[in-house]
Design a protein around this ligand. Structure first.
Ligand code: HDL
Ligand code: ZN
Length: 406
């Protein structure tokens, strides 16, 4: 019978394909890294607003280094850092041998300044520390910053895979149509065959530029299918046909209530309950498409699992954002193992700052190993280490790799 330690060793030793991040290959010059970026992660901005005597607008106009000082003072010195986001920063500091009890950021700033002097080398060091073999970026063809890089077409780093992120097309059609029109696509506010054809042309143009592994969108809790809406028209008559034609999975990240507190900016988004029957109807109506889905509400996880039992073209992936907390990762992973066996992707980091890979994966490996061991413990079979290693390879890398053909 395997032990928790032997399962942990297998999970800790597994190479990871991180199927959703907001990181960029170094040559893009867009990668966030270092202690000031780690501390001003929007998860920590939420948390510092609960204890520091200032308004979001006061905070937003502060220089980033002062924001980081304030967050360190209030969340790490005046209060004990026991939330997941604060614990994550400490995990990173400890991984580099830095003092997690420091009263200021002088040591950390000096260390990361030196480490980041050679970003190519540093990125390789961090990926190795995190055990991440390759990762998928979030690439937005509406982001002017990013467009320049793709048109400059710097050599692609094989460890950094592209994902074509298309939120404006599905969530703000009229705005997207005029932006596409400005870029030479004959798209108008009304959704007629010509506009839909031009959206397909736009998507194909960017598939040929980015060579994405999947297309992706984040959707509000109100997402419905079918419904009479611009979103449904564009999804059914442009996005999904192109995904099927080019063999690309479509990733839907569902449940974001954007900017419930606008003054918090990126930190101002919240969560809502979504309708999993919309996913079931999509999977049934488009059997030639493959859907990767992650949902933001804890209450939707069970429905997503049951939907995945009904449709083999549906892959649950990750414990996203407000779900990425140890108690929920372990609960969700156990539920998925109980209902889906190993036919899902348990985690993605959603990292925005390079060094987050270290803590997000260290914490998730621990929680996934505990869930997995729990299934072996109750198995009437005497599970062998070889069987454990096969399961771990599927969960940490191979399921994702085969779905996105990486
Ligand atoms: O839409 C997304 O991909 C989300 O992950 C957002 O980027 C969100 O702000 C985030 O970083 N969540 O962790
Ligand atoms: Zn994300």
């Amino acid at each position: 019978m395997v032990s928790l330690d032997s399962v942990k060793a297998s999970v800790d030793g597994a190479s990871i394909l991180d199927i959703h991040t907001h990181l960029y290959q170094p040559s893009f010059g867009m990668m966030l890294s270092g202690i000031d970026e780690l501390l001003t992660y929007h998860y920590l901005i939420c948390e510092v607003m609960r204890v520091a005597p200032l308004t979001p607008n006061d905070f937003n106009v502060m220089p980033k280094s002062k924001q980081a000082d304030l967050i360190w003072e209030y969340l790490f010195v005046r209060n004990n850092p026991i939330s997941e986001a604060t614990t994550g920063v400490l995990t990173v500091l400890k991984a580099f041998g830095l003092n997690p009890n420091s009263t200021d950021l002088a040591e950390a700033r000096e260390f990361f300044r030196e480490a980041r002097a050679n970003m190519d080398q540093y990125v390789s060091v961090v990926l190795k520390m995190a055990g991440v073999k390759s990762l998928v970026m979030t690439n937005d063809p509406f982001d002017t910053n990013e467009i320049a890089h793709w048109q400059g077409r710097s050599e692609m780093d094989p460890r950094f895979l592209a994902a074509l992120r298309i939120d404006p097309i599905l969530n703000s059609w009229h705005d997207a149509a005029s932006k596409l029109h400005d870029r030479g696509y004959q798209t108008y506010g009304s959704i007629d065959e010509e506009s839909l054809g031009e959206v397909r042309r736009f998507l194909v143009d960017w598939i040929k530029i980015m060579h994405p592994k999947y297309m992706a969108v984040s959707l509000p809790p109100s997402f419905a299918f079918p419904e009479h809406s611009a979103r449904n028209e564009v999804l059914a008559k442009a996005v999904l046909p192109v995904c099927e034609e080019y063999g690309l999975p479509f990733a839907m990240m569902i449940g974001v209530n954007k900017r419930v507190h606008p003054e918090l900016i990126e930190a101002g988004d919240s969560v809502g309950l979504s309708d999993m029957t919309a996913i079931e109807r999509l999977c049934h109506a488009f059997p030639g498409n493959r859907f990767m889905v992650t949902v933001l509400a804890r209450e939707n996880q069970h429905g997503l699992c049951v939907a995945a039992r009904k449709f083999a073209n549906l892959l649950p992936f990750g414990c996203w954002w407000f779900m990425n907390n140890p108690s929920l990762v372990e609960e969700t992973t156990t539920m998925r193992l109980e209902m889906l066996g190993t036919t899902f992707v348990p985690q993605h980091s959603d990292a925005r700052v390079l060094e987050q890979l270290i803590y997000k994966w260290k914490h998730s490996r621990r929680d996934i190993a505990a869930s997995l061991f729990g299934r072996y413990e109750v198995s009437p079979r005497n599970v062998t280490q070889e069987q454990v290693d096969r399961d771990v390879a599927l969960l940490m890398h191979d399921n994702a790799a085969s779905w996105i053909k990486a």
